[in-house]
Design a protein around this ligand. Sequence first.
Ligand code: C5P
Length: 468
Amino acid sequence: MADLEGLKSRYASLSRDVLKLAQGGRRVLVVTHIDADGLCSGSTVFESLKRKGANVALRTLPDLDPKAILALEAQKYDFHIFTDLGSTLLDALEAALDGRFVVIDHHQLAPQDLDRRSVVNAWTFGYDGGREACSSSMAYFFATATDPSNQDLAPLAVVGALADRQDSGQGRSLTGLNRAALEEAQSLGLVSASKDLMFTGRQTRPIHEAVALTSTPFLRGLTGNKDAVLAALHHSGLVLKDGGIWRTISSLAPDEKMKLTEVVASMAGQAEGATDAIASLVGEVYNLELEDPFTPLRDAREFGTLLNSCGRMGAAGTGVSICLGDRNEALKSAMKVLSEYRTGINRALESLASDAARTETRGSLVLVKGEGVVDERLLGPVISILSSTQAYRNKVIVGFATSRESDLKVSSRVGDAYSGDVDLGLLMRESAESVSGVGGGHAMAAGAKIPSSMAEAFSKAVLERVPA
Ligand code: C5P
């Protein structure tokens, strides 16, 4: 049972303690993950303390591991708030920072850790941290506990939830704690929700570009192929320009949207699953009402993609600046990063598609060997996109990329048409630990880091645990 009141009461005492420390001149460090949910949650906690005059700094990390914890300890901050990371490392954190930290998170927690004082985790309060609560919505309720006026930060909770693909309610809607934050944002007129076609760039791009930019679901023959889309749309008779200016998908009338869907469906082919993939393009869309309508920040999903690209491409600081309100230099530079990110992902997908030996299907498991062709920073999004393709929507997909320090990075996803029962967070943790690696995450999306010599043993461990 979800317990929002319990969470609020926990935050009331936590925020009192943190503010007492911070306003007394003690140095507080917020440490957060580099993905969009990490950037939104870290920025939310940071901003809420900053507004109270706290002596607070913010740091982003790609991963938290025992080495990173020791490096943090050496900096002698008086208190640390970890967002979107730390739930699986409570023992190491306690050993290094005993009494000087708290973790605000939504990743799976070992059952014996649910009630530890050093962690405020979605699962403890009855929320499914994979679907109903992200770190950003967890951070949002911390922020409003420090001061109710922090409600203006609610759009970041919506962005973080969508970027973590938690739109798993009916019609791709947000539920649970994410919905509670969304409703606060709606009541202030900051975010509006409606039903629409969810093509990327639906409000900002010419129609053919928006279709070609959409990669989740992956539309075979359309994704990344704007010339082919343009030719098909011309042929369909859909009016693409208005007074010489390209129209956008959101400006189309309902019957025109229907026509567009038909064209896309016929282009995507009759292959099994194509109809489902097209159907999954209709859903709840979230507009950030105070953002410029001609930027990707207006659509909460695109905002999330922009932040994810910053985090993955080594520009986490730029992402934080955007979360904190910079709409000038940071936005310009993030747009460039986003374009490089998309190019990198397309290149990786092409390399994988052109070499059949890189993909191996074993029953309901697909292994993708991206070593040497997929940048480890792009492995997660590449595997996510593959899991939305018609070929793999009913599979569990596990991908590998070379990581620095002679390791392999592993990313895993469950396709939305998979009918088996698997918990990837557990699967990655157990399989990685069996080969001296580390792993974890959520039921539908998880990852690991293993020694590169252990790839075969790791794959075997995964196979043993995935029902055929
Ligand atoms: O890197 P990737 O996008 O594949 O990660 C998927 C999810 O698994 C993320 O939420 C990430 O935080 C989590 N993860 C984890 N522990 C790891 C690797 C990934 O919790 N060692």
